[in-house]
Every structure is written in structure tokens, then in C-alpha cells.
Design a protein around this ligand. Sequence first.
Ligand code: PXL
Length: 279
Amino acid sequence: MSTPRAAAIHDLSGFGRCSLTVAIPILSAMGVQCCPLPTAFLSTHTGGFQGFTFLDMTEELPRIARHWKSLDLRFQAIYSGFLGSERQIDIVADFIRTFRNRDTIVVVDPVMGDDGRAYQTYTPAMCAGMCRLAELADVITPNLTEAAFLLNRDYSALDRSEAGLRRLTEELSLGGTRSVALTGASLEVGKTGAMCFDARTGRTQAVQTDFIVHPLHGTGDVFASVLTGALLRGRSLAEAAEQAVEFIRACAVRTVEQDLPLREGVDFEPLLGLLMDRS
Ligand code: PXL
């Protein structure tokens, strides 16, 4: 099998393990060539650090896309996450329309917020744009906050029972046309994971593992990156979600055992070998 290639459209945060500093090593370990399009260059992520720098890369994105098109590059995955400006919504949508072909998986992680609140740099207009962008996806990976934003619901009033989470996931599927892996789905005390709707089979399935710690920064990015890598390796949505959830659990155990600061993200580097397919 030739090496699959993914265009990864996320920010580059120099410190704090998220976005591209998570996506590049994880996809590489999983045998995927990761081609980054940085949406912004920050000194740290925006969760838990004060005074971070932020260089908006909006102007650069269409120039990169034009050059890649002139080289006739093909991508088996287009994987987007944290965006740097409202204008980037249309730029990323154009990128998807230009580079998508029959064998391309489009994964949109609709990064907007956590714990019921939008991230500091996300305006209401950006969140509305993110919902439009997510309509182009084959697979979306929202957390509960982002699910509430996507469906225009009150976060605190979401029904978190198993039946409620199933319904929420199915509602996010746009009538069964888009796969969904809803993260932060806990079906019992002490467990967490994802509720998955697979548009290929029409099935909704929960994936659960032991809950280790909250809040751990960047777990959404680890989840979506492992999921994308596993889908490119031919796994089903539920298998891909299971691999992602188990990897995060292993990383969270390490992070907690070493008493590492939670804002620095999950201590995943020594565990990348778990993702390598030696077959
Ligand atoms: O993990 C999501 C994320 C990505 N990128 C940046 C962030 C965050 C969450 O806070 O701040 C820059």
C-alpha cells in the first residue's frame, strides 16, 4: 500500500501539545504523510496560558493551496481543526472543494470551545462559519460543547443519558449523510469515550474506556488525529474511535503518574510506538 497523504489544516502552537504538534507526529507514526497548512502560529495554545502571541496565516493559505494545485498534489485525507480567522472558513471550504476526489476522506474537527464556552479567539461569526464548514465533512469529531453549538442548543440542557447521546449523535449526522464521533461521551461514572454514528452502515455505537482525568488539554486533537490515521489505514469508524480512546487513556495515565501540568497536554511522545502498525 502506498503511503497515504493528509492535508492538515490547524494552528501551530509552539508550546502546549495541540493541533499540528499533535497531528504531525501521530499521523507520521501511523504511516501517513502529513502536509501541514498552518492557520495561525501561536507561542502557546489559548487554554491556560496568558499573553500568548498569535500570527494570523489567513493570507498565506490560498497561496499554499494554489502552489499545491499547480503541483497536482492529491490527498487521501483533508483534516481541519482550529482556524485563525472568520475568512479562513471560506478558504478551507474552497480547499476541500478543490482537492477532494472520490477516495478523499474529509475530517472536520469543528474546534470551537470546551466546557460550554467558546475559545478566546472564536467569535460567534466564526462559530457559525464552522457549522457551514462542517457540512462539507465526511466525518466530524465534536465535543459536547461543539455539538451544542452545531445544533444551536443550550449546552447545560443537553441530555447526557445513553439514549440522549445517541439521539444527539444521530442529529449531528445531517440525516445519516455524515459520520460523527462525539467525544466526551460518558455512559457511566468512571468511563468516557465517544458515541459514533457511521454513515456507511447507519449504525450508532458507543466506545468507552476508563476515565482518567479532566481537564487534560489537547485530547480532542489527539482523538481526531488518531481517528484520521486509523480511517486512512482502513479501519471502521468505531474501530478508529476505539484506537483513539485507548491511546488517550494510556497517555492520560502517564501524564497523571508523572504529575505533569495538565495545560501542557498529554504526554504522548513516548507512547507513539503504540500507534505503529508493524503488520
Ligand atoms: O485543542 C484545541 C485548540 C487548538 N489550538 C489552539 C487552542 C486550542 C484550545 O484551546 O487554543 C490554539
